[in-house]
Write a protein that binds this ligand. Structure first.
Ligand code: GTB
Length: 220
């Protein structure tokens, strides 16, 4: 059955791995599933046809026959649960890997998202000067806790899993702030993720949207 995901027609980062379709592409590559991509303009993302699949008018979505999913955590879990390669067979190890997926989206991503919001969306607000250091401190606290837990290990719990795929995807967004590099083991962890052949294929596919002339003319 054909798998179709949605992605930005024009991503603010020019398709360099930061938009969240990247983690779905990465998971699809890890489990060896071919997929198609429906590119959406910002306007199309808010239209009823897309909102029927993604109630918040966002990308990515995932369609496979009669199944339509949103939320990257749920999509990556669906792929990991239905194909070999992203979750261990041992029941406890599997439950721990799933725990790391939840940790990525509910304990780590929110503070990183808050930092991006404080810088990009509230950069011109009068409270930025006071708020930004507080947000940065919360990010550093969480990164330090994760860094301590990872220690010298390659991955969070044994072999690479969907938990690492989600966590590395979330941490990637910290690089531009310089905070990721303050934690060398986390920076190396993300780099290990990026070095995986599946990640490289996914990155190339996302970048190609913006460099290969697939773009439609700008909406008027
Ligand atoms: N919780 C949802 C999930 O995990 O699926 C969040 C989905 C989400 O935030 N999607 C964003 C979106 O559609 C794109 S990824 N935003 C448009 C909107 O809300 O109207 C966020 C993102 C976009 C671009 C960059 N970038 O270019 O640097 C980074 C992150």
């Amino acid at each position: 059955m054909t798998i179709t995901i949605t992605a930005f027609e024009r991503s603010p980062d020019g398709g360099r791995g930061l938009a969240r379709d990247m983690r779905v592409r990465w998971a699809l590559e890890e489990v060896g599933q071919p997929y198609e991509v429906r590119l959406l303009s910002f306007r199309a993302m808010k239209e009823p046809a897309h909102v029927a699949i993604q109630p918040f008018g966002q990308i990515p979505t995932y369609e496979e026959g009669a199944l339509a999913l949103f939320e990257t955590g749920a999509i990556v879990f669906h792929l990991a649960a239905n194909h070999a390669g992203l979750l261990p067979d041992d029941a406890h190890a599997r439950a721990r890997a799933i725990t790391w997926m939840f940790a990525a989206v509910s304990s780590v991503e929110p503070v990183i998202h808050e930092l991006a919001t404080a810088k990009l969306l509230e950069g011109d607000k009068p409270w930025k000067k006071d708020r930004l250091p507080l947000v940065e401190e919360r990010v550093r606290d969480r990164a330090k806790q994760l860094s301590v837990r990872l220690g010298k290990a390659d991955w969070l719990d044994g072999a690479f899993s969907a938990g690492d795929l989600m966590m590395a995807s979330v941490l990637l967004r910290l690089r531009v702030s310089g905070i990721l590099d303050e934690f060398p083991n986390l920076a190396a962890y993300v780099a290990r993720g990026e070095a995986r052949p599946a990640y490289k294929r996914a990155f190339a596919a996302q970048l190609a949207v913006h460099t290969s002339g697939q773009l439609s003319p700008p909406a008027t």
